[in-house]
Design a protein around this ligand. Structure first.
Ligand code: PMP
Length: 440
């Protein structure tokens, strides 16, 4: 057809300045607000735990594209499975039947605690999944208020933004009503220090003072990720769940960062706390880079949403679900749980040494391959050191190591590599961090 032949597509230009200018000119200004480095790098190629920029410089990707890359960049098996499905039938909405999402749901719920009738609802992003989880909780309980934790990150769409407890992420508009934030039990710099009971007491007080006494639910990340890699202490979730259920609510766990074997010993972050959630939200690592998220809920809770029509165009997309199935298989076949455990343990050992050499490091913490290093000007006052953390991240980048930075004060270096990293990678990472701390 003539019209096709006349179409002039601009040849993709990998030049740095041209890309930066084109991005500023044509992509929305909101995308300026969250970039990785002072001068962000262009990523051209990825394989397993490594990425390469447009000039061919190699980096160990210890942020894994915000933890989306679970089993490895462009993992050959995941890519092949997704491509096979895309070539056969790229999309099929849930108005039609297709076996791939159904198989994936079966395989996914088999990873959940047994003896419970779990069902999965697939969507495209973590924020979407959060919105669904809140809707389910409200419809099922007939209650309205939900408790979330301060310092939490649950996404930035309208509903999810209401749950997120970090002011730099919340726009000045009336958000979803009925979300009440309680103090997060941060054991390093929390308002009640390294305890559990006073934080649980806050839940009692909040339910008794700020709600009708009956609530829809509670939502928490087992380790607050973007908020600064803050693990919930043992006993907190168990105590919280007890209180929430006594007030008629359901317990929602956000496994967007902690799920899919990242914790090492367990597939899910909640398992270490001896609790059983009612709804689990998953995203990021579920698709290893394909847009995919899920709400896995107890059937009788999910049933509450079946009273009205529900449809979203891309939910259960078979290409993304084919990628999701491949991810589960790789986690199992390549023994990712074990690898996250051993490499994560080695990383902690190495960080202990780095900490002993640099007073600027006040704390390091986390589980498996989800680790945070907190930079402070003074170990006693714990005054945050965000500029120093930023300089370490920049120096490490120049030396071929990508790490993230987060926390309310921006003073936490986040280390969350793909689960296929090796012990050698962890040694290299510790060496680069050590040298970068030395330089500041
Ligand atoms: N929950 C957590 C714990 C997250 O870290 C994120 C994303 N950083 C989300 C939810 C939202 O996911 P998405 O960006 O896919 O909307």
């Amino acid at each position: 057809m003539n019209s096709c032949k006349n179409y002039k597509q601009i040849e993709t230009n990998w030049d740095y300045e041209t890309t930066a200018n084109r991005r500023h000119k044509f992509l929305s200004p909101s995308l300026r607000t969250f970039v990785a480095f002072q001068k962000p790098i262009i990523l051209k190629h990825g394989h397993m735990q490594y990425v390469w920029d447009e000039k061919g410089k190699q980096y160990l990707d210890c942020l894994a594209q915000n933890l989306c890359i679970s089993v490895g960049h462009s993992h050959p098996f995941v890519t092949a499975e997704a491509m096979k499905q895309a070539e056969e039938l790229t999309h099929c909405t849930t108005m039609y039947y297709h076996p791939v999402p159904a198989h994936f749901a079966e395989e996914l719920v088999s990873k959940m605690p047994p003896g419970i009738d779990w069902v999965a609802h697939f969507v495209n992003s973590g924020a979407e999944a959060m919105d669904l989880a809140v809707l389910m909780a409200r419809l099922y309980t007939g209650n309205f208020e939900l408790l979330a934790l301060r310092n939490s990150f649950h996404g930035l769409h309208f509903g999810a933004m209401s749950l997120t407890g970090i002011s730099t992420c919340r726009h000045n508009v009336p958000l979803n009503h009925g979300i009440i934030h309680v103090n997060n039990p941060d054991q390093y710099r929390g308002i009640h220090g390294a305890t559990v009971e006073p934080y649980l007491k806050e839940i009692d007080i909040t339910i008794n003072s700020s709600t009708p006494g009956q609530i829809a639910g509670f939502i928490a990340e087992p380790i607050q990720g973007f908020g600064g890699v803050i693990p919930l202490p043992q006993g907190y979730l168990a105590g919280a769940f007890e209180r929430i259920r006594a007030a008629g609510g359901v317990c929602i766990i956000d496994e967007v960062q902690t799920g899919f074997a990242r914790m090492g010993t367990d597939m899910w972050g909640f398992q270490d706390h001896g609790v059983f959630p009612d709804i689990v939200v998953m995203a990021k690592g579920i698709g290893n880079g394909y847009p995919l998220a899920a709400v896995v809920a107890k059937r009788h809770i999910a049933e509450a949403m079946a009273q009205k029509k529900f449809f979203n165009t891309y939910g259960s997309n078979p290409t993304a679900c084919a990628a999701g199935r491949a991810v589960l298989r790789i986690i199992d076949e390549d023994r990712m749980l074990e690898n996250a455990e051993t490499t994560g343990a080695l990383l902690k050992q190495k960080l202990e040494k780095v900490k002993s050499r640099h007073d600027i490091i006040g704390d390091y913490r986390g589980r498996g391959l989800m680790v945070g290093v907190e930079f402070v000007k003074d170990r006693t006052t714990k005054e945050p050191a965000p500029e120093e953390a930023a300089r370490v991240v920049e120096t490490a980048k120049d030396n071929g190591l990508i790490c993230g930075r987060g926390g309310v004060f921006g003073n936490i270096i986040r280390i969350n590599p793909p689960l296929c990293v090796t012990e050698r990678d962890m040694e290299l990472l510790a060496d680069v961090l050590d040298e970068s701390c030395q330089k500041i």
